[in-house]
Design a protein around this ligand. Sequence first.
Ligand code: C2E
Ligand code: MG
Ligand code: MG
Length: 645
Amino acid sequence: MIQDTGELAKDAGAEQNIKAEQTRLIYRSMPFSLLAILINSSILSLVLWQVIDHSTIIGWLVAVYLTTLYRFLTYRNFLSTTPAQGRIEFWRRLAILGATLSGALWGAASLLLFPLEHVAYQALLVFVIAGMSAGAVTTLSSIFTASATFLLLTLIPLVWRFLFLESDVGYAMTAMGILFMLIVVISSKRLNQSIQESLKVRYERQLAEEKIIYQAHYDELTQLPNRRLFIDRLNQEITRAQRHQHFGAILFLDLDHFKNINDSLGHRVGDKLLQQVALRLRHRIRNEDTAARLGGDEFVILLTEIGDSREVTSSWVQNFTAQIQLLFTEPFIVQEHELHLSASIGITLFPINGAVPEDLLQQADVAMYRAKAEGRDQSRFFLPSMQEAVHQRLEIEKGLRRALATGELELYYQLQVDITGTCIGAEALLRWNHPERGLIAPNEFISVAEETGLIYKIGDWVLATACRDMAQIGLHRPINLSVNVSPKQFRETNFVERVQNIINRCRINPSLLRFEITENVLIENFEQTVERMQQLKKCGISFSIDDFGTGHSSLAYLKRLPVEMLKIDRSFVRDISTDPNDAIIVETILDMARHMGLKVVAEGVETQEAFAFLKEKGCEYFQGYLFSRPVPLQDLLGKIESTAA
Ligand code: C2E
Ligand code: MG
Ligand code: MG
C-alpha cells in the first residue's frame, strides 16, 4: 500500500519524538547509575587491596572515576541545554559512548582485578559485576544499543576468565555466566520494547490532545482562528488597549452573494473559494493582527495598537479597509472557474467603555449589515443609531410573530372608483393593531416580514382574510378586490398551490380577485415570473402593476406580461397639477397604457384638481383620500352602498 506523504511525515515525526524521549530517559537515570558505579568500584577496590597489585587497582579506579566524571559532565550539559530535536542524535551518541566506556571498565575489572587464588574474593567480584549488570538493565534499557554494549562488555570478560580457570567450577561458572548474560540482555530488550511502546502511546495521545485543542480554536476549512480564539484574543487586546491607552479595530467581513456561488457551483467550489479568501486575508494583515473565520462566509479581522486617538485610528482603518477591498478586485480561480467576489465590511473601534468582545463583534456585524443594505461592496463604521435601528427591527420581528398568533393583524379596505365616483373595487391594506402603539401602517413592518420570512404566513393570512371578506362584500355588491403580494411571497415555490387552496376553501369567484405586484417581482427570473402569472391567470386571477413608474419596467417585457392594469404611483399624482414633470410622466403612462389596452388606476388622489386633471388626460379609475381612506370592512360595506350607482 502506498502511504501518502502526510502519513510518512507523521511517522518520521513520531520516530524522532520517541528517540528524543528515550535519550531523555537515559540521562534522567544517569545520576543514580553513576553513584552506583562510584560506590561499587570503591568498595571493590578497597576489598581487593589485600590480594591485587596496588598500582593496577589505582589505575583501574582512576579510569573509572574519570569516566564517571565525563559522564556526569555530559549529563549536566544535557540538562542545561534542553537540546533541540535535531541535536538529539548527538546526545544519544554521547550517552552510548559513556555506557560503552563504563562497560569496558567493568570488563577490564574481570581481566585485571580477578583474584585467581582467592575464591571468596572472586565471589565478591562476580557479585559486584552481576549487580552492576542488573542495574544497567533498569537504567540503560531505554536505548538498547547502550544497555547491550554495556552488558556484553561487562560480562564477556568475566565468562572468559572462568573458562580459563580450566576447572569444573570454572566451567560451571562460565555456563552460569553465559546464561545470566542471555537473561539480562533479553530482559533489557523486552524492557526496551515496552518503553518504546509506552512512549509511542504517550506521543499519540499527546498528538490527539493537541489536535483537540487545535480544533477547539481553529477553523478546520481555512485553518484560521475560530470565534472562540478570536474572542479570547480580542479580550486580551481590549485590556491592553485600556492599559496603554491606544485604539484597535475590528473588521467584520461578509462575502457578497456567496450563497449564489455555493448554490450554482456546489459546496466544493464554495469551500475552495473560502480557503483562498482566507489566504489573501492572512497575507494582507500584519503579524500582530488576527484574521478569523466566524463561520459561513463571515470573516473578522482584529487590528491592534493602531493609534493613540480615535481620529488617527479611524483614518488608518479606513485606509486599511480599502486595501482589504482591493484584495477582492482580482478574480479567484477555483477549478477553472473565474469567480468575481466582493465583501461588505463593518468596522468598530475599541476600547469602548464597558463593551465586552461580544458587544464589539455585534457592533461590527451591525455596521456590516448596513454596508450590505446600502449596496454591498462597501464598508461602514458602526454608529450608535445603527444599533437602535437593529433593536427596533428585532422588536418588530418579535411583535409580528406575536401579532400573527394573537390576531393583532387587521385588513382595511380602500375604495377604487371610476370617473363618476362609483365604486368599482377596493384594495386590501394591512394594518397591525399593536396593543401599545395602536394602528401601525405596513411600511413599518413589511420589509421586516420579508427579511425574516414571516411574509409567507402573513401573506397567507391576508389572502385568506380578503377572500373571506370578499364573500361578505359580494352579498352587497360583487366588486374587484385587490391584494398586495410581496416579491418574496410571489417567488415562493408553492405559491400557486397555496393560493388555489385558499380560494377553494373560501369558495369565492377568483375572477374578482386581483393581485398587485410591484416591478421588483419582475427583475429576477422574468421567465419564471411570467409562467407563474399565467398559471394564476388560468385560475381566474388578474394582475395589476403597483407603484408603476418607480421601478425599471421596460415596455418590452410589459407587453409579455398577463397584466390587466397599471397603478400610477402616488408620488407622481401628488403634485400633478403643480409639477410639469409629474404631469408629463402621468400623461405618458396613460398614453402607453391606452395603446397596450391596459386599464390605469391613479393612486393617491387627494384633491379635486388632481382628479380633474387625471380625468382630462383620460384616466378612468382612481384611488385616494378624496374618495375614501382605507377603512375597516364594516365601513367599506357602508361606502359601497352609498357610492352605488
Ligand atoms: P400600496 O399598495 O401602493 O398601497 C397604497 C398606499 O397608499 C396605502 O398605504 C394607502 O393608504 C396609501 N394611500 C392611498 N390613497 C392615498 C392618498 O390619497 N394619500 C396618501 N398620502 N396616501 C394614500 P398603506 O396602507 O400604508 O400601505 C403601504 C404599502 O404597504 C402598500 O402600498 C403596499 O405596498 C404595502 N402593503 C399594504 N398591505 C399589504 C399586504 O397585505 N401585503 C403586502 N405584501 N404589502 C402590503
Ligand atoms: Mg397596492
Ligand atoms: Mg401603490
